[in-house]
Design a protein. Sequence first.
Length: 234
Amino acid sequence: MPKHGKKYQEAAKLIERGKLYDPEEAVELVKKTASAKFDETVEVAVKLGVDPKHADQQVRGAVVLPYGTGKTKRVLVFAKGEKAKEAEEAGADFVGAEDMVAKIQEGWTDFDVAVATPDMMGMVGRLGKILGPKGLMPNPKVGTVTMDVARAVKEIKAGKIEYRTDKAGNIHAPIGKVSFDNEKLLKNFYTLIDTLIRVKPAAAKGQYLRSITLSTTMGPGVKVSTLRAPGKKD
């Protein structure tokens, strides 16, 4: 078992062991447990009742959080001609084609998300061994292989996040910063949870939302009741 520092242990005392908190309580509590000197990220871990070994039970996609994540992502767009111009006007940080491919092959990966037009994927495919392990490869399933590069860039800049089940069927995603007010964190939380419910695989059997945990970058986890989580509206 890893040893935790005094701040973590003090924060953990605020959480009642075994209790499932309503989302509103959980958000308030998780902010109280943040003790780092920097603005910690608030993260959600969701255990889904799926078996990711089966292709028809994998859960993967993207969602635009209404209040973003508190972090501005650096976006690279692989495009040419008019599409390259559209990407630049939409606010892409880097735009190019062969030049960007060559730069990445030389070891540069100073960006957070890569977008590509479909015609560029033959060229971008050569970067699979570099971008794949880093989770930076453009993918049509999450909307990063598209002709509408302007929309893709704007959504990413506005707070679009990707989600994907790991080998154990868990999804980890950021929903904002400790400095966000409770309402914004809750809105982002419900947007993510509602999206996961909406994309539930037809092959998934039994309880789908097995557990939900909120935490900050350096803080302990707060377990959230799955009975209150879905379907929350304004």
